[in-house]
Design a protein around this ligand. Sequence first.
Ligand SMILES: [Zn+2]
Length: 318
Amino acid sequence: MSFQNIKGQDKTLELLKEYIKKDNLQGGYLFTGPEGVGKKITAKETAKVINCMEVAFDACDTCISCKKINKGTHPDVHIFEEEDSEIKIEYIRQLKKEMWLKPYEAKKKVFIIDNSHRLNYSSSSALLKILEEPSSDTLIILVSSKPSLLFRTIVSRCKTLKFSAFKRAELEGILKNDYQLDDARAHFLAYFSEGRLGFALRLKEANIFKKRDETIDKFCFFSGRRPQDLFAENKEEAAVSLNILVSWFRDIYMIKAGLPQQELINLDRAQDLLKTMNRFSYLQLNEILNTVSSSALYLEQNINLKLLFSNLWKTLSL
Ligand SMILES: [Zn+2]
């Protein structure tokens, strides 16, 4: 993997390469953009590029430095990933301590803080001080899909690089040509992921197609199942189910409104959508979409899953 393998971020990568050539990256950088468009991979590749022992301004993937970064064992490259809880001040204190040590073997130490919008008040204040006086042999990359939650002063101390999603039809082509997906799967993944390649590939790995069909069949083609059969095991699973349901009812809305079928997310199930569309009025579809979308918000607030799915069941049984 090197910069050449990161797809759809040409302008951003050009800018990044310019920064690398000009000042060899110092202090703080902020990589922003939607989830699943390659921010974190690019941050990791940046660590490789500035430390590669074989090629300039790119990564060879074969030298010791590249190999160690790929394996996550490089002593000077630290990736902090916190999915759910806040980033505590202890981590920032540790970062500060290590920042002032000489690199063990790298040309430059790299700290990547993923989901950096999870910094709490005290860790943000501590990080701000670090960014105000960075060490010259340290690079700090903040990665965030919600930069508006970061301290403004942190954002203004960093050089921001924006990452974006593909156009959906464009991603569909990439999934067909570069990942050998058939038409139906490539279309579904490109549209369901809203053009986000990394997210689309993760969904493919998680066998989203099977999950999609199961969820739609369970929720939308009632076949004597009881609400308790529908409960998700955990929050992640529930989130996927809710997104699938949003895609399905959004499609029914679209098909009912006579929009082009090519814009459907679940295009391969257009026949089922056509069969179902007269079962719902626009008003009912609005109510369903509101309930499913607000359920997704409640999920983030750790609502009881059983309760959430019972409510959903009631709304879908309109
Ligand atoms: Zn290398």
